[in-house]
Design a protein around this ligand. Structure first.
Ligand code: SF4
Length: 295
């Protein structure tokens, strides 16, 4: 079975069976990523079919969704994705929904007709590593999209009827730049209007391409308190209806709420908790949770 060595899924898809349809990531340039070491390639259809047969053995009448894996499975041509869905539904007829990670650039490369074809087959609640809506931050980290791309492709997904989740990566701008990152990101994300935002905090490690820039003194990680203040500013400035989930294992202050209903409460919670934070303890805690060498 073509298994991903990394079983990365967003919290709402933790119980969703995974089907690997591609290897690697088409981009592979982000300075804060060392997940995929192999270039992007589609998994051959006979391997995918063998994996679907394996999933079918464990499927129940409640198995209605499949999480496609590979760094960015939606980079595959739409025709191939539709063929994969056919093979899934031949063997697991209860499936009518597909999730998975997607890049902003993958959406941009799909035509409106492609997006409609995908949503008609059940592609929904996809997860996008937008990470930031600040152009300076995105360019430095070589993310491969801009704030305008985020807003434009978010609108196209809405028009097609595909719901989507964005990641927000606090601390991605580095020390001293968190507030600007938060303000720019809140603007771009509000225009794109994701239904959910998963907030995590950047935890630089020695294995990332960014490590060299840190060693040279070119880029400095933001402090723990600074990252929490950044998250607070980001939430305070969001202007779209969405769920905000800040409950990753590495999040120091965990909470979840809706914008706009809980916006003020989330900001107040951070105001209450941030002054009680211990910078070193928070850093050590996150390093321990990650279980890897960090800065
Ligand atoms: S797009 Fe995602 S998987 Fe690809 S290099 Fe960037 S962070 Fe890593």
């Amino acid at each position: 079975m073509a298994k991903d060595k990394l079983h990365i899924r967003p919290p709402f898809d933790l119980g969703t069976p995974m089907l690997r349809v591609a290897r690697g990531c088409t981009h592979g340039k982000c300075r804060f990523c060392s997940i995929y070491h192999e270039p992007f390639s589609p998994v051959p259809m006979d391997e995918i079919v063998a994996d679907i047969e394996g999933l079918a053995l464990e499927a129940t009448a409640l198995t209605n969704r499949i999480f496609l894996t590979g760094g960015n499975p939606y980079a595959l041509p739409t025709r191939i994705l539709l063929d994969i869905f056919d093979e899934v539904e031949k063997r697991i007829p209860t499936v009518n929904s597909y999730g998975g990670f997607c890049r902003i650039a993958d959406v941009a490369r799909k035509s409106d007709e492609d997006l409609l074809a995908l949503v008609r087959r059940g592609v929904n609640n996809i997860t996008i590593g937008a990470e930031s809506g600040c152009d300076e931050t995105l360019a430095y980290m070589r993310k491969g999209h801009t704030a305008q791309d985020i807003a434009e492709q978010g609108k196209r997904l809405h028009e097609a009827g595909i719901e989507f989740t964005f990641f927000y990566l606090a601390g991605m701008a580095g020390a001293g730049k968190g507030q600007q990152n938060a303000l720019d990101s809140a603007k771009a994300y509000s225009e794109a209007s994701p239904s959910r935002i998963l907030v995590t905090t950047l935890s630089p490690t020695k294995s990332w391409p960014l490590a060299e820039a840190i060693d040279r003194g070119e880029w400095t990680p933001s402090g723990e308190v600074e990252a929490q203040r950044e998250i607070q500013t980001f939430i305070a400035n969001l202007n779209c209806a969405c769920n905000v989930n800040c409950s990753h294992d590495t999040d120091i202050i965990k909470f979840e709420g809706m914008i706009p209903e809980d916006q003020e409460k989330m900001v107040e919670l951070l105001d209450h908790c941030i002054p009680k934070m211990n910078e070193n303890a928070a850093r050590r805690l996150r390093a321990m949770v990650l279980g890897r060498r960090s800065f």
